[in-house]
Ligand binder design. Sequence first.
Ligand code: PSU
Ligand code: MN
Length: 312
Amino acid sequence: MLMIKKFINKNKHLIKCSREVLKAIDNKIPLVALESSIISHGMPYPQSLEMAKEIEGIIKDEGVQPATLAILDGKIQIGLDPEILDAFAKLRYVEKVSSSNLNSTIFSKKPGGTTVSGSLRICKLASICVFVTGGIGGVHRDVSESMDVSSDLQAIKESEIITVCAGPKTILDISKTYELLETLSIPAFSYRQNNLPAFWYRDTKLQSTHRIESPEAIAKIYSIARSMNCCNGLLLCNPIPKKYSLDQMYLEPLILNGVMKLKKSNITGKELTPSLLKYLVEKTNGKTLLSNIELIKNNAMLGAKVAKALDH
Ligand code: PSU
Ligand code: MN
C-alpha cells in the first residue's frame, strides 16, 4: 500500500485516483484493478456501463475496492468516480490502449480504454497485485498469415500480477495461446477443475499447470513466487458458470464465419477482436454478450476474494 502512495505522489502530473480509491488506500483496503477497453470496445452501450457498475458492486460487496483503469485528459485514471464512469461509457471515439500506445495516448490527451496489456502496465507501476478481466488476448486463428498475437501475453509475463480471467477469448487459437503462455513461463492455473477453460467454453481438454482450490492457495503460490524473486505474472483461469457456457457445436461455425468475413473486409489488427465480438453478439442474438457479462461477474467475485487472501 505504501508503494502506491509513493508512486501517486511522485507522479501527480500523470495520475489521478478516484475519491473512493484514495479513501481505500488511506484505509488500507485492498484494490482490484479492472480494464476499460471492455467498456469502450468490448461491449455495446448501455450494457457496457451496466456491466462496469455491476462488477464494481460485486467487488465492493466483498469489502475490496475496485479500480477501473482508463486514460483521460492526459492522465492515467486509477478508479473512475461514478459520474466519470458514466461519461466514459458514453464516449464514441476512444483509443484502445495496449502496452504499446499507453505513453502516446497520455501525450495525445485522447480518452483511452485500457486492454489487458495496458492495464497490467499501470498495475505494475501502482503496485496493484490483482487484475480482473473477461478473457485475455492471445494468438489469433489466422496467425500464420497475420502474425497477430496480442501484446497481452508479453504484458502478463512482465506484470508480476495475478490476472483473473475465464481463459483466452474463444475467438482465438486456444491451444496455440496456451502453448505460448507456457513458452513465456506464465503458469495458467485452473480454478476448481483440472482442465483449462476458454472464455465461453468451460473445458478445452487442455490440462492446466495446477488446479487451484481456493483463493488462499493462489495467494500462497503468489507469495512463494515473490520470495523466490521469480514472479512472472500468474494467470488464474476461472471457468464460466455452467449455465452460461456456450456449446462448441453451435458457436464454432459462427466464429469461423466471422473470422472469414472480417478477413474479406480487411478488418485486422486492433479492430479484429472488437469486431469479432460484435459480429458474434449479432449472430447469436445477444447470447455471447450475456455470457460475456456473466463470466466477468464470476471473475470479479473471485478476484476480490484473491485480493483479500493476499492481504492476510
Ligand atoms: N475480454 C473481453 N472483451 C474484450 C477484451 C477482453 O471479454 O473486449 C479486450 C481486452 O481488453 C483484451 C483485448 O486485452 O480485448 C485484446 O485485444 P487484442 O486481441 O487486439 O490484443
Ligand atoms: Mn492484435
